[in-house]
Write a protein that binds this ligand. Structure first.
Ligand SMILES: *Cc1c(COP(=O)(O)O)cnc(C)c1O
Length: 446
């Protein structure tokens, strides 16, 4: 280490005086998601978030068409959630969960389990979605080892899936749109099935060649004994391609997995809490997984938290085997502040009319995005619940799309070939029209 390392950076102009001071420091020193340190992508300085609105540094307001990566379902800074967090902050922002417990953790688990099929019975709190996926994969492996199936060290996944950015989660993301191409040999090889070919709302086919289940049958016949679990996002594939597929696929995949001793993990981190029009996307297929991951909208987008919920059979299996305990325990597990936000968010869902709101969003987006079908370069338009997607025949120019937010008044963050919106459920029809119009603008111009 050179002596220079210890010299304070007195050249940094602090305190910052203008917005451009802040932005300049940001560009020079802050890493943003999937961004370059040397050629930083464009950013907006947000001063405040309120309901559906992001208030920028100059006081202008733009609609958060993404619900801040699908989380802020009730809008930002919801008074009920903020109030619950403030009260919790006064009492106990945090205590460790090893050997201690608290009402927020217990109340939240009680609320979650009351919404889920009774076979799901054991709640494990995590800090983020990716960790919830790591935990689910670890549970599956530990269950298999406890059942004497030590050779089941791999996973099956479907193409176009997305499960997070940590190592094991990355290994089950789509090998093309995900990060396999880059990390290659550093990732655990897994077994990939084609993305379920029959779309949500299309006619089902019993032909295994057409419905995608032939590939699963073949895989399980050839490699089933090496596979601990099949992991997938039920019905809606999110960040891997924004695809909606036929729920019947899940019913048949469930039966096939069961007959081969392969567990089923549902990653509902993006789909949970009403986004697809049901509390959980698995209600579209009436299949209960062995392990369920929830995250994103769990706290209504107010603070990071996720959860992995195991079936009673998986939990009992893990606990009956060696070493008799589940081997995971995050430092900030069951953070009371996050639990209090999640409880308030779930209570808003339980008492509010989110179902009518999501239905209205679905109906309005369906009508308003229809004209996108006639635009050149548009391959598909699809809407499910409070999700609207325009798929293009080309990669989106992200920087151009970013710049358009000020013009359209709507913050959208398209990726790959898709322009999409996931508005907060509380959005009113006029604001939603603005979101649709912004999506059409992007489809024309990026
Ligand atoms: C966002 C997401 C994750 C990862 O969650 P993080 O909180 O970003 O770690 C995992 N799975 C799905 C389906 C997601 O949408």
């Amino acid at each position: 280490m050179t002596e220079e390392t210890f010299v304070p950076k007195s050249n940094i102009n602090f305190p910052f005086k203008t917005a451009s001071d802040w932005m300049d420091f940001d560009r020079r020193h802050l890493w943003h998601p999937y961004s370059s340190a040397l050629h930083p992508d464009p950013r907006y300085l947000v001063r405040e978030a309120d309901g559906i609105w992001l208030v920028l540094e100059d006081g202008s307001r733009i609609i958060d068409g993404m619900s801040s990566w699908w989380c802020a379902i009730h809008g930002h800074r919801h008074p009920a959630i903020v109030g619950a967090m403030q009260a919790q902050l006064e009492r106990m922002p945090h205590v460790m969960f090893g050997g201690l417990t608290h009402e927020p953790a217990i109340s939240l688990a009680q609320r979650l389990l009351s919404r889920l099929p009774s076979s799901l019975g054991h709640v494990f709190y995590c800090d983020s979605g990716s960790v919830a996926v790591e935990v689910a994969m670890k549970m599956a492996v530990q269950y298999q080892i406890a059942s004497g199936e030590n050779q089941r060290a791999h996973f099956a996944a479907i193409r176009r899936g997305y499960h997070g950015d940590t190592w094991k989660a990355m290994s089950v993301c789509d090998p093309d749109t995900g990060m396999h191409g880059f990390f290659g040999a550093a990732l655990t090889p897994q077994f990939f099935l084609p993305a379920p070919p029959i779309a949500f709302g299309s006619a089902w086919s019993d032909d295994p060649k057409e419905n995608g289940l032939g590939a699963l049958e073949d895989l399980l016949r050839m490699h089933g004994k090496k596979i601990a679990a099949l992991i997938l996002e039920p019905v809606v594939q999110g960040a891997g391609g924004m695809r909606f597929y036929h729920p019947k696929f899940l019913q048949m995949a469930h039966a096939l997995c069961k007959s081969h001793g392969v567990l089923l993990i549902f990653d509902e981190i993006a789909t949970g809490f009403g986004r697809t029009g049901k509390w959980f996307a698995m209600e579209h297929c009436q299949v209960t997984p062995d392990i369920l991951c929830l995250g994103k909208a769990l706290t209504g987008g107010h603070i990071s938290m996720a959860v992995t919920i195991a079936s009673k059979a998986v939990a009992a299996g893990i606990s009956a085997g060696e070493p008799g305990v589940f081997m995971h325990g995050p430092t900030f597990m069951a953070n009371p502040l996050a639990c209090s936000a999640a409880i308030a968010s779930l209570d808003l869902l339980a008492t509010g009319d989110w179902q009518a709101q999501v239905e209205a969003i679905e109906a309005q987006l369906t009508v308003e995005l229809e004209s996108a079908r006639r635009l050149p370069g548009v391959e598909d338009v699809r809407v499910l619940g409070a999700i609207g997607v325009i798929e293009l025949d080309r990669q989106v120019d992200m920087e151009k799309a970013h710049r358009l937010a000020r013009k359209t008044g709507v913050y959208l963050r398209p990726f790959g070939r898709t322009v999409y919106a996931m508005p907060p459920f509380i959005i009113d029809p006029d604001a939603l029209s603005q979101v649709s119009a912004a999506m059409l603008q992007l489809a024309k111009r990026v």
